[in-house]
Design a protein around this ligand. Sequence first.
Ligand code: BJ8
Length: 423
Amino acid sequence: MDNNRKMWESLGMNLEAHDMLCEVLPQAVGDVFLSQENRPECMDYYDMVVADIHGIRPAELIAHQEKGGKVFGTFCAYVPDEVIIAGGAIATGLCGGSQFWVPDGEKVLPTNTCPLIKASVGARLGRTCPFFRIADMYIGETTCDGKKKAWEILAEDVPVHVMELPQMKRRKNIDAWADEIRILKDVVEEQTGNKVTFDNLAASIEIVNNKRKALQRLYNCRKSKNIPISGTDTLVISQIAYYDDPVRFATMTNKLCDELEKRIEDGVSVFAEGTKRILITGTPMAIPNWKLHNIIETSGGAVVCEETCTGTRYFERLVDETQDTMEGQINALAERYMGINCACFTPNTARIDDILRLAKEYDVDGIIDVNLKFCGCFQTEKYFIERAVHEAGIPYLGIETDYTDSDAEQLRTRISAFIEMMG
Ligand code: BJ8
């Protein structure tokens, strides 16, 4: 039995079911990533991480636990990793992005629940993902209704702490979020037995800001006329950002950016001249959901930016590092995180401003608004996005989809027509 198998067995995983997932992944990685031409050499690192996605990082998390450390699983861009890291723990993203996990989620959730929630619950209850097995505690949040109820179901199986995310952005709501961050700090201290201090919080704020800076640098490269990296490759990097070691991730991503900046200088592009530049906006694409990027980039388009939580919502704006008290640090965290524009908020007009600004910054030819089926918040907000994008004179295509491949051909037809229509 190889080491991964031993590890999965010790985690109480359903090995037979998990084998089926392991069988399809290499094929998917080959089809989506390795088939691309002229990829940056530094993609090797991310390819390696994905190829052994249920091996390398889970083993690191277990090694951390064996030394007495704790692992917290998170599901949302609003949850401040800084507090978890300051407590000497590891934060790992847990959102499920595969149809493989959906049927197990549907055993306990209504079918008309968003696939991200069904996959996340299914990955836990079906015992088919090591990350879900390893995490000592899950940190939920009160974003959409589906997630709120999912925490109650998951809490029957694993400790869950839920952060109450306000739904508006008035001063009192930002202060309320600061309170929730204080409560998270207490929870982390209780779980880890470590104190969160001014110094270790300052250090963790710097670590996470450095990760954001690396992602900002990566995205800046995509603004170039000659596009040095595909959207598909960038997406997997953003997905890995949620669960890789943050210091190593920033180092490897900066190394990649060195290569990309050189490519820009040398005029190297992974797309033919004139390829239509697309901005994606909408719901997050959790690993291994690569469906839309793959279809767009094999239908004559290039994804140059994502206004999603696996995109700009994750890394834009840094946490202020100049605070000199812990109170100040916590307020700075609350300010930064409440600046994320998720459709769970009302009103959420700043998201429209973001989309229009990004369309300019990345010089896009069209916008594709991609929302997961049964995500009421994003699907409803689409009304305003579509209107604003039309008013700005930018071609717009709205898509609602899930994790299955059943609509792939139909999507390809619509996306190809959309790209052709741009002339
Ligand atoms: S900040 S987008 S990560 S909540 S789970 S809202 S897709 S119905 S994921 Fe999200 Fe945080 Fe907002 Fe970002 Fe819709 Fe599905 Fe809910 Fe979702």
